[in-house]
Design a binder for this molecule. Structure first.
Ligand SMILES: NC(=O)c1ccc[n+]([C@@H]2O[C@H](COP(=O)([O-])OP(=O)(O)OC[C@H]3O[C@@H](n4cnc5c(N)ncnc54)[C@H](OP(=O)(O)O)[C@@H]3O)[C@@H](O)[C@H]2O)c1
Length: 257
């Protein structure tokens, strides 16, 4: 991995070599603004060269070992990982894993041993007997609307899952989602998508940062883009803050302008 932007004379950053997880963590540290009261919501996504968000329903065919290392480090830096229910179902999500190399860093930052996972769902069609709900180190949350189906609510509560209400209807309001999680002390937020959830978060203007991995592979086909949903009125601009490269993959970091 090597840094392409911002330009630096530091050979440690510009020479292609494998980075330690702690170096990646330093490069991706949350900005101090996460303490602002509004939290800081970062999105981490991988795209094919032609803009596909998955291939055959999985993101793995687009990914690489470096992408997975960054994915893991972004989790290790977060208080909570927000994810859409379809991604949980398609990718068979499991609880976050404790990592020894981040134990001290997380403790010093006042964080739990691993981030909580917050699953966003209106239908609550989730299998509450899965390890994501039964075996997490930090309890998994389900975020839904006030009119969520009773059967799903009962199943979640029976499984001991905390249900967070963040919307007046069945669906979740992205602004309330962020506010509810920040109110629980989760100021370093990370979303891992998928595209339909991210489209809503982005359209509502609550995404502060996008960590975008561009794979040097194309797929053609009809897979969605990273943000899917109704088009917004005017394109919104973000600022490029960092660009790393590894094995032809580009790892860009953009923040809201
Ligand atoms: N390229 C990448 O980096 C990346 C990242 C993540 C996922 N993916 C891929 O993307 C695919 C899944 O993405 P997707 O866009 O279909 O689905 P998604 O965004 O993961 O999940 C959509 C589901 O989330 C829930 N949801 C979303 N917005 C909601 C709201 N406002 N209120 C309540 N619930 C809401 C709904 O769940 P209910 O149906 O339960 O109501 C909805 O069906 C998978 O193939 C996965 O591999 C790729």
């Amino acid at each position: 991995m090597r840094r392409l932007f911002p330009a630096t004379q530091d050979p440690d950053a510009t020479t292609d070599r494998e980075w330690e997880a702690t170096e990646i963590a330093d490069a991706y540290a949350y900005p101090d603004e996460h303490r602002s009261g509004d939290g800081w919501l970062r999105a981490d996504m991988v795209s094919s060269l032609d803009g596909a968000a998955h291939h055959g329903g999985r993101s793995k065919p687009l990914s690489s070992p470096a992408d997975m290392r960054i994915f893991g480090v972004l989790r290790a830096l977060a208080d909570v990982v927000v994810v859409g229910a379809e991604t949980v179902r398609e990718e068979q999500y499991r609880p976050a894993r404790r990592r020894a190399e981040f134990a001290e860093r997380r403790r010093a930052a006042g964080q739990t041993s691993v981030p909580a996972i917050a699953v966003v769902s209106a239908s609550l069609h989730l299998d509450f007997s899965l390890p994501l709900f039964t075996e997490p180190e930090v309890p998994t949350l389900v975020v839904t609307g006030a009119r969520a189906p009773h059967a799903g609510l009962a199943a979640a509560r029976t499984a001991g899952v905390e249900v967070v209400t963040a919307g007046d209807e069945a669906g979740v309001d992205p602004v309330r989602l962020k506010r509810e999680l920040v109110a629980r002390g989760h100021t370093r937020l990370l979303t891992e998508g998928g595209p339909r959830l991210l489209g809503q978060l982005a359209a509502a203007g609550v995404v502060d940062e996008l960590c975008l991995a561009t794979s040097p592979r194309y797929t053609v086909g009809t897979a969605p883009r990273l943000m899917s949903g109704p088009e917004i009125e005017d394109p919104r601009e973000m600022l490029l803050t960092d660009l790393l490269e590894d094995g032809g993959f580009l790892f860009a970091r953009y923040r809201r302008s």
